[in-house]
Design a protein around this ligand. Structure first.
Ligand code: HEC
Ligand code: HEC
Length: 477
């Protein structure tokens, strides 16, 4: 009896051990293929800015192989040929990912976005030139709404199936037996679900004016999706901002309406706004981004400047603009009441006290914390460093060039095309009219709600000669 008991005991022990072992193997394989995190590291601060993770992959990452083949399966849902680049996404020669996109493995390779997708511009001196990529400049061609809508549209299409997608992946990569199962039964159906959910989360944009390239409604997604505040009817469409030279901006209010005063918080809320979660927010990686933009110098104007004329312009600037815009100016970097500057007020009205209060409690209990979000009553008199590459101008990007900004609002262009990156050194801005600009660009109509080009009439009374001199000086900032 005892011998038999012992035998049964040994068998049971073995079975238990095998089950534990199997569970361990299954657990390990599951963890390895779904959760194993492989850090990305770029030695160069600029590469880190362009391609390093800001924590968006965990919650918002699209499985790499699906992301790669979608433009090939659904070219009909893109605005033109060229895959993702047709949405104004920039692909540096020889790079695996476009500027502003990460490939990070969390179990499986996923695609996330970085600050650079909205904070990197390109320009060309002539149509024939290759685009020059300038990190931290406000993106001028990236159509982020187009990108979101493309992804959602693919998920809503009958071709978004495992068979279609796996067949297409074969042209790039042989998935292993296990990866195949993972893609077929987990990743493809889950991605479809997530993208359809995203469509739902952004359905409020369907009844509001399109952002177009170089603009987003930055804080309504935060209000509605991150902070779970009730939907309102506000329109916050605003132009991207440059990030360079932050050291010189110390003490300036941040964002167009000055809703933040801490750079660290602005960087961190930037990552949250892009899809990082409380858990995934990579504080040290974001500190590297902050260090980079503190020191980075604005780009120099790439055409000749007439120094004599510019010297005369600097006097005009000192008399008419410096109090609000020069470093050390009495009101530079402060909030100017909207009634005083007179520009479109939709972006200002989009942000609320409730939004600020809720966001200030968002990080409670975490090692990072937000406490400097606020509601203001106007727009910041931003510093003008690297001004030449910040076109179109004003917070809603409603004025194509510096020459146009010095015209009275009724004489500024009423309709123009945004998103073409060939530069116009005469008007000082990008080319926004003509066949090429029309073919590539987004039609910006200043009559559309929140697109108004009114206000900021400083300098519009100057003589033509003085305007010319002032513009010559502004090129040098
Ligand atoms: C999807 C586009 C997008 C992404 C991605 C993005 N930003 Fe921005 N960022 C904007 C826009 C648009 C503004 C201006 C918004 C406003 O105030 O209306 C802005 C404003 C800012 C400002 C304020 C600049 C100033 O002078 O006031 C900072 C700083 C900033 N972003 C940093 C970052 C950082 C750092 C990241 C990455 C962690 C990031 N952003 C990611 C679109 C983006
Ligand atoms: C009373 C303060 C004040 C004065 C004076 C002033 N500005 Fe401004 N400026 C602002 C404010 C506020 C904004 C942001 C307005 C907005 O975007 O709605 C702005 C925005 C700008 C922009 C757009 C920046 C960008 O990145 O799009 C330019 C360019 C500019 N100002 C140039 C000038 C010039 C040139 C003068 C002198 C002729 C001048 N400003 C005088 C307050 C001022």
């Amino acid at each position: 009896m005892t011998i038999l008991k012992n035998k049964i005991g040994r068998v049971i022990t073995s079975i238990v051990l095998i089950v534990i072992l199997l569970a361990g193997v299954v657990g390990y394989v599951g963890w390895y293929n779904l959760f194993r995190e492989v850090p990305t590291y770029y030695e160069s601060p600029e590469e880190h800015f362009k391609y390093g993770s800001i924590g968006t992959e965990e919650a918002q990452g699209v499985p790499y192989w699906i992301w790669l083949v979608l433009p090939r399966i659904f070219p009909d849902k893109l605005p033109g040929p060229g895959g993702y680049t047709s949405l104004g996404i920039t692909w540096e020669e020889g790079k695996e990912m476009p500027v502003g996109f990460t490939k990070k493995t969390i179990g499986f390779p996923r695609v996330g976005i970085t600050c650079a997708v909205c904070h990197t511009a390109t320009y060309r001196k002539t149509e024939k030139d290759k685009p020059i990529i300038v990190a931290a400049a406000p993106a001028n061609k990236f159509d982020s709404q187009g990108y979101l809508r493309f992804l959602s549209a693919t998920a809503g299409d009958a071709r978004f199936t495992a068979d279609y997608i796996l067949d297409e992946i074969k042209y790039n990569y042989n998935l292993s037996w296990l990866e195949n199962l993972l893609y077929r039964y987990v990743l493809i159906p889950q991605t479809k679900k997530a993208l359809l959910q995203q469509k739902e989360d952004y359905s409020w944009t369907d009844s509001r004016p399109n952002w177009g390239p170089g603009r987003i409604d930055p804080f309504n997604p935060v209000k509605f999706n991150t902070l779970k505040l009730p939907k309102d009817n506000t329109i916050g469409n605003s132009d991207m901002m440059p990030l360079w030279n932050q050291k010189m901006h110390k003490g300036f209010a941040l964002h167009w309406d000055g809703l933040e005063t801490s750079l660290t918080e602005t960087v961190q809320t930037g990552a949250i706004g892009d899809g990082a979660t409380k858990k995934s927010l990579p504080v040290a990686d974001l500190q590297r981004v902050e260090d980079f933009i503190q020191e980075l110098q604005p780009p120099k104007y790439p055409f000749a400047i007439d120094e004599q004329v510019a010297a005369k312009g600097s006097q005009i600037f000192a008399n008419t603009c410096a109090s609000c815009h020069a470093f050390g100016g009495e009101r530079t970097g402060t909030v100017i009441p909207v009634e005083e500057v007179g520009t479109d007020r939709h972006r200002l009205d989009m942000w609320t006290q409730e939004g600020a209060d809720t966001y200030n409690h968002f990080g409670d209990g975490y090692p990072w914390d937000f406490k400097n979000l606020r509601k203001t009553n106007g727009y910041v008199s931003v510093s003008l460093d690297g001004l030449w590459l910040r076109a179109p101008y004003l917070h809603n990007g409603s004025v194509p060039s510096l020459q146009d900004l010095l015209e009275k609002p009724e004489n500024r262009p009423q309709v123009f095309y945004r998103g073409y990156d060939v530069y116009d050194p005469k008007k000082v801005g990008f080319i926004t009219e003509g066949d090429e600009a029309k073919a590539i660009g987004f039609k910006y109509d200043t009559k559309v709600t929140a697109n108004s080009n009114q206000g900021h009439i400083y300098g519009t009374d100057l003589s033509d000669e003085n305007k010319k001199a002032l513009i010559e000086y502004l090129k040098s900032l």
